[in-house]
Design a protein. Structure first.
Length: 281
């Protein structure tokens, strides 16, 4: 979550302009792949242990194993440089600051280094605050684009488990986990297809049409889960998650193209997390 903006920018600011959607989909695919891995880990742990052992300690090893991923992410974070676009912006900013410091020093009759320090103190502001001040409308619109998809995503990966194993569906936990797993698998091609299509037909059109189809499909999902079989539940979740992927895939490129380089990381991340909080929570 917190590293999403950086992961997307590393890819998209080094990608061809006409293939940003496709390149960004590789970062977007991380969400459904993470869901797949999580459900596999849960299935393995719950099927190899007794219910008492699972509740006592069996749920802990998957969390401990994630330390490996944390170490990998730290390694990647330390090795990567800033993107070319951001380095060019920094160089231009340094040149502009040097000219401004020279002008201020001449005007006030002070040393150029002192003038540079004054300018730095005046302009030292969090990029997140700059993004909120300069792009409030874009942040809210970008977050709003994400709300519907996040709402349906968490309904399909989380609430559906309770619904399918409750009185409405009457299925076992393992059956519903298998259906959720199949849905997550179907989201992956949805991500890549939606992103690929957005490079050819535009981001907004793909996202809007997918959202309308998802809204219509919402009326079929819960009756299918209530059918009480793996096949019916899987159909409901697979179609829903494929459409979620169609929305999610182009979002990385759409967000990148919404904000200027200076505040792009912060603007994207604020919109992404705000949409997650409102829709997901």
């Amino acid at each position: 979550g917190g590293q999403w903006g950086g992961a997307v920018l590393i890819i998209l600011e080094n990608a061809p302009d006409d293939r940003r959607g496709w390149y960004g989909s590789f970062a977007q695919a991380g969400a459904p792949i993470g869901t797949i891995l999580a459900n596999l880990a849960f299935l393995i742990a719950s099927s190899t242990l007794s219910p008492d052992d699972f509740m006592a300690w069996g749920w802990r090893p998957p969390f401990i194993a994630s330390v490996v991923l944390v170490m990998l992410s730290i390694f990647i974070h330390m090795r990567f440089e800033e993107t070319t676009a951001f380095r060019e912006l920094q160089e231009a900013e340094q040149a502009r600051q040097a000219d401004a410091a020279a002008e201020l020093a001449a005007k006030l009759g002070i040393d150029r280094a002192d003038a540079a320090d004054r300018l730095a103190q005046e302009q030292r502001q969090s990029p997140a605050l700059q993004a909120l001040r300069q792009y409030p409308r874009q942040i809210l619109l970008a977050a709003g684009t994400f709300v519907g998809m996040q709402t349906s995503y968490y309904l399909l990966v989380s609430f559906s488990l309770a619904y399918g194993t409750g009185p409405a569906g009457g299925m076992t936990t393992s059956t519903m986990l298998a259906a959720v797993l199949l849905g997550a698998v179907m989201m992956v091609p949805g991500v890549f297809f939606g992103a690929w299509l957005s490079d050819r037909r535009g981001r907004r059109g793909v996202i809007c049409i997918s959202a309308l189809l998802l809204a219509a499909w919402a009326f079929a999902v819960f009756p299918l889960i209530a059918g009480g079989t793996l096949a019916s539940a899987a159909i409901g979740l697979c179609v829903g998650q494929f459409l979620n992927g169609m929305i999610f895939g182009p979002l990385a490129a759409l967000y990148t193209e919404t904000f200027a380089t200076r505040v792009r990381y912060s603007g994207m991340s604020l919109a992404y997390q705000l949409g997650t909080l409102i829709g997901g929570a």
